[in-house]
Design a protein around this ligand. Structure first.
Ligand SMILES: Cc1cc2nc3c(=O)[nH]c(=O)nc-3n(C[C@H](O)[C@H](O)[C@H](O)COP(=O)(O)OP(=O)(O)OC[C@H]3O[C@@H](n4cnc5c(N)ncnc54)[C@H](O)[C@@H]3O)c2cc1C
Length: 623
């Protein structure tokens, strides 16, 4: 059965498991648990189900659903003190599939050491080897043909990609003219090509793999890959358009038992009982919100809105880490093939037709990526200065867990195996509400993003009313180290366009509009209004004014020992409860230098096995 009315959902007797949030991780777990026909699984999802929606399915339409209330929660942060008080837009998927339906489809892995760090931080069994096993389980690689592999130097390593999992993984067939010169120019800065960044060494430049099924040229995501093929299972029951408001916890002391979920649908309140476990998968903003609404969190936060505290866990909603990017734009010669081609009369319509036979620009996502260690984009004296600042940075001594994270951040900061900057090459004028491309001009948008943010923020309830969004304060740039890394990144984009072969394709800089000295090869502003390449304060201001989120929030219900500020243990069970677990981006204690969805699929697959195994333990058998 696919979807049904709330009345039918609650009449279903009690489910064995209820998953709150049918998003990226939630649907993996619901699908895996319902493989056992003897257990019943209910899913409560606030958004709708849109299996045939082109805005979701067509890879080349990525970004078009953002801000649309049918698909997007559209969070806004509180004004960011260190970003000139700007409130930053933070999209989050509000539909079956969650953010995997809205995202830009990049699949990627972090370095081996970043996964092993989880085990060192206290979570036994969470390491590179287990991630490799479970990420593989989640995906099927559809290899490119030899011509593509040779042209883009992208021969993948056998044995490390999945061959029979639900999510389809492929290279985008259309790459434009900029990606190879981008890679070649990066090599002049000492950054090598990494033909396969999934081996545990994730630095270098590479042609991305996307969550796209090349046979259908459609997005492959949790709703299409996990749920849809199994939607007819009678023991998997999904309720859409229903927002969970509270988990009912019974007992007088820890461990409390989750016995039911309250939710709202169509303006009416409902309650549905659960027999075995409640699994929270509402994402990095709303999982902590639901925990707090249910009496789990920092008592001082709960008291402010009159919620009685049950389990004291100050880590709930803290430790928020996000990747941020700063866009830069360069004009390139009009003969360079970029997505600006779509502005030509009739081209977009022609591409729509091509797409119907799974071809052309709309069947592709369009990024080439590079992950840079500090030595490739920061002068040595600044690496030393920033590392010293990192050593003395405050806030990391506030909990033992943060102290332990700090050790890794320090260790990785000047390690050539670890990236501190991501450089994203987008062939074209990246859509933006307040900027317009010149007619017939072609562009190269290069975004620079930090990979290991030092800033830590929070997400907390501001009301006992579950329908009021939580307050999101990522405290972007509260660490000046994050700011300085991005300043070096912005400068790096200028240097990049001043070296061959990109130099020969570049006409000039647009954003920022550089003015420079006689060695400035990329300025088209000769002495006019613009930014001097060595005016660090002006570049800092540019970063504060332009930064956006890469949409990768993690860490707000961290898997760490309780005494270290953790919220869940290594079986993802919420401390102080008997049967409440969390599986989503919020459990990741330390941000990874990668786009997270591949890792989140791995977490959800591993967690499904943990739950299945726990269910076979004596005392947990079927009643
Ligand atoms: C615009 C955008 C672009 C991105 N690009 C990439 C990319 O290219 N590559 C990459 O790896 N990652 C990308 N990401 C990040 C990645 O998609 C997310 O990190 C990941 O999908 C999060 O998965 P999750 O399971 O934690 O949460 P989600 O997938 O967001 O799932 C949470 C679900 O819970 C539901 N929910 C929330 N509250 C409630 C409630 N109270 N009751 C019922 N349901 C509720 C939501 O509606 C949602 O369906 C991007 C994200 C965005 C938003």
């Amino acid at each position: 059965m696919s979807s049904l009315s709330p009345e039918e959902f609650v009449k279903n007797n009690a489910f064995d498991y209820i998953v709150v949030g049918g998003g990226t991780a939630g649907l993996v777990v619901a699908t895996r648990l319902s493989e056992d026909a003897s257990v019943t699984v209910g899913v409560i999802e606030a958004g709708g189900y849109h299996p045939e929606e082109p805005l979701i399915n067509v890879p080349g339409y990525f970004g078009r659903s953002l801000g649309n209330p049918t698909f997007d929660w559209a969070f806004l942060t509180v004004p960011q003190k260190h970003a000139n008080d700007r409130a930053i837009f933070n999209p989050r998927g509000k539909l079956l599939g969650g953010s995997s339906a809205l995202n830009f489809m990049t699949l990627g892995r972090a370095s081996k050491e970043e996964y092993d760090a989880l085990e060192s931080l206290g979570s036994k069994g969470w390491n590179w080897v287990s991630f490799l096993k479970y990420i593989k389980k989640s995906q099927t690689l559809i290899p490119s043909d030899n011509e593509f592999i040779e042209k883009f130097n992208t021969k993948l390593v056998d044995g490390i990609h999945g061959t029979s999992g639900p999510i389809k993984k492929s290279h985008s067939p259309w790459q434009g003219d900029l990606s190879i010169p981008f890679f070649q120019t990066l090599q002049t800065f000492g950054l090598e090509r990494n033909p396969d960044a999934a081996t545990g060494l994730a630095t270098g430049s590479y042609t991305i793999l996307s969550a796209v099924d090349p046979d259908t040229a459609r997005r492959s995501y949790s709703a299409s890959a996990y749920y849809a093929p199994n939607a007819s299972r009678p023991n998997l029951v999904v309720l859409t358009g229903a927002q969970a408001t509270k988990i009912i916890l019974e007992g007088d002391a820890e461990p409390y038992t989750a016995t039911a979920i309250e939710f709202v649908s169509g303006g009416k309140k409902y309650s549905v009982p659960v027999k075995k476990e409640v699994i929270l998968a509402a994402g990095a903003f709303q999982t902590p919100q639901l925990l707090e609404l249910s009496g789990i969190g920092d008592p001082s936060i709960l008291n402010q809105v009159g919620i009685p505290s049950k389990v004291q866990l100050p880590g709930v909603g803290s430790n928020l880490q996000d990747h941020i990017y700063v866009p830069t734009v360069y004009k390139v010669k009009p003969e360079v093939a970029t997505l600006d081609l779509l502005n030509e009369p009739g081209r977009s319509e022609a591409e729509e037709v091509l797409y119907n036979s799974q071809k052309g620009l709309y069947g592709s996502t369009h990024f080439a990526l590079a992950f840079l260690p500090t030595n490739t984009f920061t002068p040595p004296e600044d690496v030393t200065r920033l590392k010293a600042e990192l050593k003395n940075s405050t806030g990391f001594d506030s909990t033992p867990g943060l102290k332990k994270q700090h050790r890794f951040l320090e260790q990785w900061f000047d390690d050539k195996r670890h990236a501190q900057l991501e450089v994203i090459s987008y062939p074209g004028f990246f859509p933006s509400p307040d900027k317009t491309p010149e007619p017939n001009a072609h562009y190269h948008m290069v975004a620079v993003a930090n990979t290991h943010p030092i800033s830590r923020g929070t997400v907390h309830i501001q009301s006992a009313d579950a329908l009021v969004k939580p307050t999101v304060d990522p405290a972007y740039l509260s660490s000046t180290i994050d700011l300085d890394i991005l300043v070096h990144g912005v400068k790096f984009t200028r240097a990049l366009h001043g070296r061959s072969p990109l130099k020969e394709m570049t006409v000039g800089s647009v954003d920022p509009a550089w003015i420079g000295d006689e060695s400035d090869d990329v300025s088209d502003n000769n002495g006019e209004k613009g930014m001097k390449w060595d005016d660090d304060e002006a570049i800092r201001e540019y970063v504060r004014n332009e930064l956006q989120t890469v949409c990768h929030p993690v860490g707000t219900a961290a898997m760490l020992p309780r005494e270290d500020g953790g919220v869940v243990d290594s079986k993802l069970k919420v401390y102080g409860t008997a049967n409440l677990r969390v599986v989503d981006a919020s459990i990741f204690p330390l941000q990874i230098a990668a786009h997270p969805q591949e890792t989140i699929y791995g977490i959800a697959e591993k967690f499904s096995d943990i739950i299945k195994e726990d269910a076979t333990q004596p005392g947990n058998k079927e009643d």
